[in-house]
Design a protein around this ligand. Structure first.
Ligand code: IMP
Ligand code: MG
Length: 182
């Protein structure tokens, strides 16, 4: 769906945008493990500001098994809406400019949960950078201020995105057709 060259070009643009928006200020990138690790590392290298990193880990309670009657196989990755923290922040975000970095904004349940959690720290500002956005899947009213690509409702892997933990190391973003049952 998206070549490594197209991704690199767009990530550089997002980095330039963030650099302009926070010119003269310091920021903290907060990546959502594990999918955002590759995006964060590329993005941050296009932001020549005073910056630090932190990572947060979350896990959705039980993804539903694939339903045969769902030809698109959506059910395989529909989160049930319960998000659990598996790794907390290492530092306080109080009075910091926070860029929350996520691989993909899908139903919005994950980012809705995480952004509430981060807001409790009372950051100076909180913005979301999502490499991909699938707005047609949204269940929670949440938007990212920095979006790499708006994509249709397809299951994608690569550049950090996984299917059952695999394919994160693909340099391009690819559509996974007929996802096998987990
Ligand atoms: P949300 O809570 O439904 O917005 O889902 C966000 C999380 O679901 C992302 O961080 C991904 O881990 C996962 N996800 C959603 N769509 C895809 C996809 O197409 N490929 C890989 N992971 C996905
Ligand atoms: Mg994931």
């Amino acid at each position: 769906m998206l070549s490594r060259d197209a991704i690199a070009k767009r990530v550089a643009e997002l980095g330039a945008e963030i650099s302009r928006d926070f010119s003269g200020q310091s920021i903290i990138f907060v990546g959502v493990l594990k999918g955002a690790a590759i995006f964060l590392s590329d993005l941050a290298r296009h932001v020549p500001l005073d910056a630090t990193f932190d990572f947060i880990g979350v896990s959705s309670y039980g993804n539903r098994p694939i339903a045969k009657e769902d030809p698109a196989g959506h059910a395989a990755w529909d989160s049930l809406g319960e998000v659990r923290l598996t790794k907390d922040l290492d530092q306080s975000l109080a009075d910091r400019n926070v860029i929350l970095v996520e691989d993909i904004l899908d139903t919005g349940l994950t980012l809705n949960y995480i952004s509430k959690l981060l807001r409790a720290h009372q950051p100076r500002s909180l913005r979301i950078a999502a490499l991909l956005d699938k707005p047609s899947r949204r269940k929670m009213p949440i938007e990212a201020q920095y979006v790499g690509f708006t994509i249709p409702d397809e299951y994608v892997v690569g550049y950090g995105l996984d299917y059952a933990e695999r394919y994160r190391n693909l340099p391009d973003i690819c559509v996974l057709q007929n996802p096998p049952a987990l």
